[in-house]
Design a protein around this ligand. Structure first.
Ligand code: FPP
Length: 238
């Protein structure tokens, strides 16, 4: 079984999961968070080293203030809980996204957890919150221009590896990108990092995306022929 190094999940469908059951959207998000608790542990136990979770896009601020506030409260609790669980296991927790307009309470917890887990080596849990890939690339470009103007870097030396270091976090490329909830799009998630990712889309709403469902995604990943633009000479049909 090939185990991907970096898995990304677009956590989608909590609201629709709830509506289908006559529950409020908040109950859906709560069910999504509970599911994440089990799933993250399972994923790290499988030997995956980096897990990126798209839990709030820059565009999600367009939702009602009530939903946004509910989610932010939920995230604070979730981050604190994951810090307790994962820092003991040597997992580093990082966050990707723009700070503005996240509220101070979130920024404080993000900063605290980032610093406290920075030396952990066993794996990385990356929460993408107030994240947008275009914004990430633009922010990186601004920092690069600044460093070039200040003589910190020589622009002729800019290559993929150096560019990657200017992103919110210097993470390896995505190997497997999963989107739950039935939509077939990336919604501005890790466009740079997904250049050669294998995609797995499922209709399952996130609260039902359990260990078994994750194994189906892994099976599918194992059946892919990753060529990275080359040719797999071991396969006759190429
Ligand atoms: C991208 O679609 C999907 C996301 C950024 C995930 C959003 C998930 C939540 C807000 C729920 C939070 C998760 C937990 C565990 C509580 P999009 O909605 O930004 O864009 P689209 O309109 O293209 O689908």
């Amino acid at each position: 079984m090939k185990i991907p190094n970096h898995v990304g999940i677009i956590v989608d469908g909590n609201g629709r999961w709830a509506t289908k059951r006559g529950k409020s959207r908040s109950e859906g998000h709560l069910a999504g968070v509970k599911n994440l608790d089990n799933l993250c542990q399972y994923i790290f136990d499988k030997g995956i080293k980096v897990l990126s979770l798209y839990v709030f896009s820059t565009e999600n601020f367009k939702r009602s203030a009530e939903e946004v506030n509910y989610l932010m409260d939920l995230f604070v609790k979730k981050f604190k809980k994951d810090f307790k669980t994962f820092s003991k296991q040597g997992i580093r927790i990082v966050f990707s996204g723009r700070r503005e307009p996240l509220r101070q309470e979130i920024l404080d917890i993000i900063d605290e957890i980032t610093i406290k887990t920075k030396d952990n080596q066993k794996g990385i849990l990356n929460f993408c919150i107030n994240y947008g890939s275009h914004a990430e690339i633009i922010d990186a470009c601004k920092k690069i221009v600044n460093d070039s103007n200040n003589g910190k870097i020589n622009i002729d030396e800019l290559d993929e590896d150096l560019f990657n270091q200017y992103l919110y976090n210097d993470l390896p490329s995505l190997d497997l990108l999963i989107r739950t909830g039935g939509e077939l799009r990336l919604s501005n998630f890790m466009l740079w990092q997904a250049a050669y990712a294998e995609f797995y889309f499922t209709n399952t709403f996130f609260p039902d995306f359990n260990e078994k469902e994750f194994d189906l995604a892994l099976d599918s990943y194992n059946n892919r022929d990753r060529r990275f633009g080359g040719i797999n000479y071991e396969k006759k049909d190429n």
